[in-house]
Write a new protein. Sequence first.
Length: 191
Amino acid sequence: MNPAMINGGATRPAVLDATQLASDLEVRFAESAHRILADLVRGGAALGWVEPPSPDEVAELLGNVVAAVRAGDAALRAAYLDRRLVGLGYWLRYARPTHRPHADLEKIAVDAAAHGRGVGRALATALIADAREAGIEVLTLDARGDNTHALRLYRSLGFTEYGRLPDFVAVGERRYDKVFQMLDFRQQDPG
């Protein structure tokens, strides 16, 4: 599916999976994803970078995620509003043999201009559904302690906190807690 043909004038995001993005992934998706990630990091977002990532870093990251998707070890989702990429997220299955039934929700990034439009919730909901479908037993994530909007979103979707490292994340002189959350599908009624 061509993202340019979707969602014109819609108020709710259209969320596509990696297979629907295949023709767009090579250039336009990577460029748009870089713009979102770099702008968010520049604004102080907790996405794992202190300085905005380069286009090559983002392209390499996306290439690795897409390879994992093709191997059945990941899910990648992209959200569009008004035919424009406004968010992306992915999870990766743990590589160690003893952890293979589990995955880590690595990243959900939403363009600042689209905050409050349900993009993060739509991405997280789709990624959770993908994890269930892939047979994931426990979906984990970590977030910076000051990212209260994300932590509240994850709690509303059923994630529970299972640990916290005080002042673990260093951004210059500032320190933040690293908060660990999990969604245990084994504890939920599938019906």
